[in-house]
Design a protein around this ligand. Structure first.
Ligand SMILES: NC(=O)c1ccc[n+]([C@@H]2O[C@H](COP(=O)([O-])OP(=O)(O)OC[C@H]3O[C@@H](n4cnc5c(N)ncnc54)[C@H](O)[C@@H]3O)[C@@H](O)[C@H]2O)c1
Length: 332
């Protein structure tokens, strides 16, 4: 598993351990900390094998895959901040695209041809009607989104070139929440880019108020609407996708969302209920590149993997709050 110490990867570790599926984590700690391993050990009952290393180091990947007799790869590693990707496009193309190419080449060298790739709803064109089905028009509006789109296209080409590949590109909508133990969760460095970690930091007193980007969208309350999905549902989606890939060759792209949209203000009020605290906010201008509404069509994940999101927004907020309260400064 690449990027297994990160937010989604660490929850996937728990989901795999729950099914007694062994795994090895490769992470360069660019956006995570070693403390995650202690927390995982507490949760799963053993210290998961960890290799500190970079996905751009092909020899290290080959050696790791051979030593541990790896049969499949979950590829979470990458950089994910949209704004940063606009400022530093080359860094994003090198880490997300060149890094992925190095990983795929290492998989070819070791004969590992089962792969789950962390893609994103951000690769859908902004002109689509809701809900977004997997066959909707694609078109990213920033370098981060383009790295995801390019890698998906590379993977489709790869599967055409060699029918032995089994690949799932999982297009996450908005993963939020944390493990209910409060031991692992999202620990953003610097200013959070996503809504829920930001709300959480306001609720816990680390930030004064939430900036709501745009109050004049054509939505019920004027704020942007998104499809928030519990990170543990996303993690379990990977385990179910892996099971599917063991039985099916080819390359599929599949949405992971709930199929329901919630506005920024709906989410804020839900978080107020979960935390018992009032959350100050200020509506400011729209953020370039943001769409008014975005939610998933979710039938494909159900039809192929037998997966559907089971956790409600109430639990997303309660779990996020438990994590935030127990770890006000994240893993720091
Ligand atoms: N969180 C979201 O909202 C979201 C939505 C859609 C897609 N995704 C994608 O899902 C994946 C996981 O996201 P996340 O939220 O867990 O992010 P994260 O930053 O918490 O986790 C990514 C992990 O990858 C590691 N990493 C980065 N570059 C690396 C490299 N070159 N070599 C080895 N390790 C490296 C980081 O240290 C980190 O632990 C990413 O690819 C992201 O783009 C995330």
């Amino acid at each position: 598993m690449t990027g297994g110490l990160g937010y989604i990867g660490s929850h996937a570790c728990v989901a795999l351990a729950q099914k007694a599926i062994p795994f090895v984590i490769v992470d360069n700690l660019a956006n995570s900390s070693l403390g995650v391993i202690d927390r995982l050990a507490e949760l799963v009952g053993y210290r998961p094998p960890f290799v500190e290393g970079d996905i751009r180091d092909g020899d290290l990947l080959v050696e790791t895959m051979e030593r541990h007799a790896i049969g499949a790869v979950m590829h979470f590693a990458g950089s994910k901040a949209v704004g940063e990707s606009v400022a530093m496009p080359l860094d994003y193309y090198v880490n997300n695209v060149a890094g992925s190419l190095t990983l795929f080449a290492a998989m070819v060298r070791t004969g590992v041809k089962t792969l789950i790739f962390s893609s994103s709803a951000t690769i859908y064109a902004q002109t689509n009607a809701m809900p977004l089905a997997e066959h909707a028009a694609l078109g990213a509006s920033n370098p981060y989104g383009r790295t995801k789109l390019f890698v998906e296209q590379i993977l489709f080409d790869l599967s055409v070139s060699d029918p032995a590949w089994s690949i799932a590109c999982l297009r996450y909508f908005n993963p939020v929440g944390a493990h209910p133990s409060g031991l692992i969760g999202e620990s953003p460095r610097g200013t959070p880019n996503n809504l829920v970690p930001y709300i959480a930091q306001v609720a816990v007193g680390r930030r004064e108020y939430l900036s709501v980007f745009g109050g004049d969208y054509e939505t019920e309350d004027g704020t942007g609407v998104r499809d928030y999905v519990h990170v543990l549902d996303v993690a379990e989606g990977h385990v179910m996708a892996l099971d599917y890939l063991r039985r099916h060759a080819g390359c599929v792209a599949v949405n992971l969302g709930t199929g329901r949209g919630m506005s920024v203000l709906d989410m804020l009020h839900e978080y107020e209920r979960a935390s018992g605290r009032s959350i100050a906010y200020e509506v400011t201008g729209r953020r370039p590149g943001d769409v008014a509404r975005c939610w998933a069509q979710v039938s494909l994940a159900r039809d192929l993997f037998g997966w559907q999101a089971t956790r409600e927004v109430e639990q997303m907020c309660q779990d996020s709050w438990r994590w935030q309260l127990a770890n006000p400064d994240g893993y720091a």
